[in-house]
Design a protein around this ligand. Structure first.
Ligand code: ATP
Length: 419
């Protein structure tokens, strides 16, 4: 087997590492069979351009001159002039990927690693690395080679002709909604209310990407999209998108590491409050510590759910951990496991059905009509506007790697059940 890993070729102004992968896959598939993988890594790291993705091309055999082709393509297309772009390429040949590479992939999902760590590991197994500028991309490139997906999905990505890069995308919105109607839930995150989510807004080469459970459904979905421009090429990546691969269960708040993404069970111990910018914050306790959880403004209607929590609610929170300066869980999902019972005190009811009124200070309550008396106020259960179930941020605010609830229900393998 021959593996090519590539990362960090794009910037906010253009390019997309998946496009380089598509160019190379098209060229190299003339010589060998290729499995292209799109690998999402730790979504909490600060260097990412968008969704922290690297790519890997797995080949049955090594095509002649493959290294030169890859490096020339990176040189030609990477956004090298951007101060935040530091491309990296890793080549590895072997029967299978070393287990340490796979452990490195796991680490890159949950922690922040250094360029040296990637370099030393790659070299110790005879992998060839190539760094452009700082070469930070070798981290994602090596992790992509080492990636093993416990759960996986696919993404079909269609690319634009170069002359259209940066111009408005000509995609018939109605056809996207129709495609969604016909293929959901085997495809997911296509639309959100009135918006279509398959097309990015950056000036990159991607025209649209459809995410789904299997390549055949994606090909069907692709044929349903009506376009006003030509497609240059397309590719189907196997990917860990939509799988929650980044989340790990933690028992205690003290176990939470900065920049990780966690699933934590606890009890709400403060009323949610809205802070400047429209973000909603509340705290959860595990019995000894407390941690802030945030539903940020872009999560829109999800915030209205979070605002309905009260102290005493038992919850399982899912999200990435920010640590500036204190740790905060940036909520992706919340499982309301047990709602606290809420009561309010009311004047008692008379047998006749009327609400009694105060008979004077410390003198109980009376019914003015029946002339009956009762001593104490009654506790009345307050209806909660939340259900005991999982709530998730809307698709437009979802991270690429987050598992949509529809997948959670379909595949019946919620990470939440392994706490
Ligand atoms: P896009 O999604 O458009 O491909 P991106 O969001 O993947 O862009 P990059 O430009 O690739 O962002 O930048 C991410 C950088 O962070 C890469 O250099 C990658 O090697 C590095 N990186 C990835 N995971 C980690 C990690 N766990 N620790 C440290 N660095 C990482």
């Amino acid at each position: 087997m021959f593996y090519v890993g590539i990362d960090d070729t794009d910037s906010k102004k253009g390019m997309c590492t998946t496009y380089l992968g598509a160019l190379l896959a098209d060229e190299l598939s003339r010589y060998t069979s290729i499995k292209p993988k799109l690998v999402r890594l730790n979504p909490n790291i600060r260097w990412k351009t968008r969704g922290n993705a690297g790519i890997c091309l797995e080949m049955r055999k090594k095509p002649k001159g493959v290294e030169n082709l890859v490096l020339e393509t990176v040189e030609e297309y990477a956004e090298i002039d951007d101060s935040n772009t530091h491309p990296g390429v890793v080549f590895y040949q072997g029967d299978k990927v070393p287990e340490e590479f796979s452990r490195f992939y796991e680490k890159c999902l949950h922690e922040v690693v250094t360029i040296d760590e990637a370099e030393n590991l790659a070299i110790s197994y005879g992998a060839e690395i190539c760094k452009f500028k700082k070469g930070r991309g070798i981290i994602g490139a090596l992790a992509s080679i080492g990636s093993i997906f416990k759960d996986k999905t696919y993404e079909l990505i269609a690319y634009r002709e170069k002359k259209n890069w940066g111009k408005e995308r000509k995609i018939d919105k109605k056809s996207v909604f129709k495609m969604n109607e016909r293929t959901f839930p085997l495809t997911f995150n296509n639309v959100d209310n009135e918006r279509i989510l398959i097309a990015p807004h950056s000036p990159c080469p991607v025209l649209f990407g459809i995410r789904g459970e299997d390549p055949e459904t994606l090909k069907r979905a692709f044929n349903m999209i009506k376009l006003g421009e030509r497609i240059e090429r397309k590719i189907i990546y196997e990917t860990n998108q939509g799988t929650d691969a980044h989340l790990i269960n933690v028992k205690r708040i003290s176990d939470i590491k900065p920049y990780s993404s966690v699933i934590l069970e606890g009890e709400v111990n403060s009323l949610p409050r809205v802070i400047k910018g429209g973000h909603v914050i509340f705290t959860v306790t595990d019995g000894s510590d407390s941690i802030e959880c945030a539903a940020y403004e872009p999560t829109k209607e999800f915030r209205h759910i979070v605002k309905k929590l009260v102290p005493g609610d038992k919850v399982r929170v899912y999200g990435g951990v920010r640590s500036d300066p204190k740790k905060t869980i940036n909520l992706e999902k919340i499982h309301v496991m047990k709602l606290a019972e809420m009561y309010r005190e009311e004047n008692p009811l008379c047998e006749c059905g009327r609400r009694m009124e105060s008979a004077g200070k410390n003198q109980g309550f009376r019914c003015r009509i029946c002339k009956t008396f009762k001593g104490d106020k009654v506790r009345v259960k307050y209806p909660r506007e939340l259900e005991e179930r999982i709530y998730q941020v809307p698709p437009r605010a979802m991270r690429h790697i987050s598992k949509p609830l529809v997948r959670e229900l379909r595949t019946n393998t919620p990470k939440s059940s392994c706490a």
